[in-house]
Design a protein around this ligand. Sequence first.
Ligand code: NAD
Length: 412
Amino acid sequence: MKYVAISEDAVEHLKFPKASLSVAIPVRMDDGTLKIFQGYRVRYDDTRGPTKGGVRYHPNVTLDEVQSMAFWMTFKCAALGLPYGGAKGGIALNPKELSKFELERLSRGYVDAIADFIGPDVDILAPDVYTNAMIMGWMMNQYSIIRRQLSPGVVTGKPLSMGGSLGRETATAMGAFFVIATVMPKLERLPQDTTVAVQGFGNAGGVLAELLFQAGYKVVAVSDSQGAIYSHSGLDIPRIRRSKKLVEGVQAVYCQGSVCSIPDHEVLSNAELLTLGVDLLIPAALENQITSENAAAIQAQYIFEVANGPITSAADEILVARGITVVPDILVNAGGVTVSYFEWVQNRSGLYWTEAEVHQRLQQKMVNETQQIWAIAHEQGISLRTAAYVHALSRLGNAINDKGTRDYYLNS
Ligand code: NAD
């Protein structure tokens, strides 16, 4: 290993998922027919604690995809120092084609099928693409019915009324904000002198844009699936968020009533937003947005990956070679899994925290891990992405080595 001393045993150990489960989930549809859905759950590694990972409902879900996301979760939990291993789950379907009744039967059926594979001390579920708090509530309830005891700790991201945590909804954006607020002063950037473009105006990107606006950053461009808007003098983000709740789409917001009076605003395409001459670019929508096709045209000096995998590896090499600072997804968007961990801790202790306590603990965690990753990058002269993986791998390697390595057994 080039940047981290890791035993051969640890490398061998991390080559394969600990366990992968494929299940057929029978669902009685509203029209009386029976349909079988293909579901998966993969527990990649549990050396550092019970495995943890989301459940995705998407037509492209395959066992291969779930395995790689479980591997990635293993590193994310290790990078953040959470006492978890990595897992992931999914069902191959288009959730928009199911009624609410069918969706509930499917979600409960999934838990019936994987119940022996999960548990509060074994493997903990969470929301991911096209799964939400209500679905997590159904899953927790179904697991509790099977076990004949209330088991809130088997699922995180639940509704508050079912043991969810305050602050969970804004956790990813808040976590990203704490990372930005830790890194930017190191780069000697002041908020008021820093322009920002945010791709994706949803739960993560929309909330983060508002936090940055409130902290004094000049957010000049935002986008959603319908397009982008730009204002040289800065956008009024709280106003856009309020209006977007009423009108679908950020462009539509700008073409309605008084919001149109904001000077200098322009309508851009999503592709144009990515190559704007801003200081800070925040991809917070989809994977594979910055590729070898557009990496050379990126003008931002700093990129914080809020989305999972928004930069392809070929593009990453181009950006690093151009001296652009990329702060990786496994750190930037880890606020969500961190508050999921807080939810699990609260469920197990029965003591529930205030929102202020959640924010304060999240801040402590995000700032501390960011500082450590920054120090590794600078001591070793490596990118922040490599440093995040080095940080995670050293924790994983130590945990695996503590069970005994070849050197231990042969040289004692
Ligand atoms: P979301 O569905 O709330 O928002 C996604 C936003 O992206 C929407 O505004 C949508 O209109 C926009 N969008 C879709 N296609 C686009 C395109 N081509 N160009 C520009 N914008 C587009 O989702 P979210 O929860 O905000 O998640 C966004 C990203 O952050 C995803 O990659 C997700 O995996 C990642 N993430 C989210 C969380 C979380 O807790 N929400 C945690 C970790 C990672």
